[in-house]
Design a protein around this ligand. Sequence first.
Ligand code: FAD
Length: 416
Amino acid sequence: MENGIIVVGGGASGMMAAGRAAQCGAPVLLLEKTGRLGNKLRITGKGRCNVTNQAELREFITHFGPQGRFLYRAFSRFFHEDLRAFLQQRGVPTVIERGGRIFPYSNEAEDVVRALTAYLTEGRVEIRYRAPVRRLLIEEGRVAGVELEDGSALPARAVILATGGLSYPLTGSNGDGYRLAGEVGHRLIPQRPALVPLVTKEPWVASLQGVALRNVRASLLVSEEVRAQQFGEMLFTHFGLSGPIILTLSKAAVAALGQGRVQISIDLKPALSDEQLDARLRRDLDEVGKKTFRNILKGLVPLRMRDLYVTLTGIPADKPGHQITAAERQRLMSSLRDLRLTVIGARPIEEAIITAGGVDLSEVEPRTMESRRVRGLYFCGEVLDLDADTGGYNLQAAFSTGYLAGECAAEPGASA
Ligand SMILES: Cc1cc2nc3c(=O)[nH]c(=O)nc-3n(C[C@H](O)[C@H](O)[C@H](O)COP(=O)(O)OP(=O)(O)OC[C@H]3O[C@@H](n4cnc5c(N)ncnc54)[C@H](O)[C@@H]3O)c2cc1C
């Protein structure tokens, strides 16, 4: 392999990088720490794998925050339409769902792993399993190969680091890449959980475990100031809140902890104006006036939230609708509009969908993914200081950076 390329990590980005480097004619050795490729890929999108999003480039990039600009080149080289064609060519057609999310038509993440594995086979990539890399070998400022945990040294003319982040360590991504990059002089942005469930203070959440809310608006408040809002689906858990809109708010929520009182306010009826909601409540309470408050709540909130609403509003459960006073109706309205939860923390990084922080982008060349510190060393995927909202953006970044790193490592100068 002296003249070849070593890819460290057989996840989404590493498989793409290895396949692309081989397609460009380089001999490639893929080293995977665990006994299987694509462990994390298999659990993405609840096993359905939200591979990408059909958002156009400029909008796509906004989902990464300020760091998104770094991805311009990688996305220009290999974007969602290229990924869809890549999968289609390997027998995995894709479909577009709500919010532009793209999934394999089969709804099987396994099929995406299969397509990537086929790519490796096409390029005759050599794969070694249970081959954890312990150290990068550097000679005169240039990468010379890697050293495995068993002490053996493997020479290479280029090394692509595709070791993933820190979350879901059982999949193999336990942060090795940060250490490897740090040891050869790369600056690391502190790692923290992003897209992570939030832990809340109110004891009543536990009783709602498993209750999902659709078409609601969640606002992140820091000392009563609205910092961000999301509309869509969320979920109550035994410790607090999860689901797509909460995960999207989580990075800002985690960053705000310690800055003031961090709260999530849930509007259960965001499609109605205050006037419309008030009119709807008057109608519900009057029309079925003999029904008890508890029964009327059936049409307003999920069944398992009724007891909570009785407690929050202080309206007796057996009070008939027509006896409910204007003040009580107002309390009901406020608690439908603004169900408050106090955020006291986040679940540990191991439970995050993605790791924020990582290899500092200013030390990586965005046109090639090559290190600006160590020649011949390339990065791709989550090991970089990149993270995005849910919706397929993170995987597209892994595939695009992998593709670019693969071809640039195979043909240095090709993309410069
Ligand atoms: C539950 C869950 C659901 C998700 N769903 C989605 C989704 O639907 N859509 C989306 O866009 N994103 C999703 N993501 C995020 C997405 O999975 C990641 O962005 C993506 O997997 C990152 O790819 P990667 O190649 O950088 O890292 P990984 O896929 O984590 O791969 C890293 C690989 O490197 C190997 N490795 C690590 N250290 C070493 C070492 N020292 N030597 C050798 N090998 C090593 C690991 O074993 C692993 O195989 C999800 C994440 C999680 C946790």
